[in-house]
Design a protein around this ligand. Structure first.
Ligand SMILES: [Cu+2]
Length: 160
């Protein structure tokens, strides 16, 4: 019985790590960085993730960078006076203590302009993205490129 249980655990463990795809830096926990696979002619690529701040002190995402582009920006979606949604660059994004900071379609996102290495932007591939936090420091995550938004975020993309 015991032997059987151990074999099962050994089989499940690597798979659990592969799908969990999350990172910890100090009090911050970063869940499932992902990006949508795009047609080869798309000029920019957006990346998404969720940062949970387990600490008692606010942090702040100051900037991001990636080896696949010379220009990665923090963007937000805002409603214009005319009622249209548009995105614009922001200097930094607060990560409040005890809260989730959600990067998702139609919300905060990382905008990667003119990516150079497009071989990494296809379904199933991953590319590195380094997040620079004011308190937690630098965290390099792997952004999973996928054909569809994660199930919990599909409502957002369907709103378009
Ligand atoms: Cu944008």
């Amino acid at each position: 019985m015991l032997k059987h249980a151990l074999v099962v655990a050994a089989l499940l463990l690597p798979a659990a790590f592969a799908t969990a795809h999350e990172y910890t830096a100090g009090d911050l926990h970063i869940a499932h960085p992902w990006s949508l696979a795009l047609p080869p002619n798309a000029p920019n690529v957006a990346a998404y993730f969720i940062v949970h701040n387990n600490g008692a002190v606010d942090d702040r995402l100051l900037s991001v960078d990636t080896p696949i582009s010379a220009n990665a920006q923090l963007h937000e979606h805002v409603q214009t006076a005319a009622g249209a949604m548009q995105m614009q660059q922001v200097d930094s994004v607060p990560v409040p203590a005890g809260k989730d900071l959600v990067f998702a379609p139609s919300a905060y996102h990382v905008m990667i302009l003119q990516p150079t290495d497009r071989s990494l932007l296809t379904d199933g591939k991953r590319f590195p993205l380094t997040l620079h936090f004011q308190r937690a420091g630098d965290v390099t995550v792997q952004v999973a490129v996928q054909q569809q938004a994660p199930a919990e975020q599909q409502g957002h993309s369907h709103a378009h």
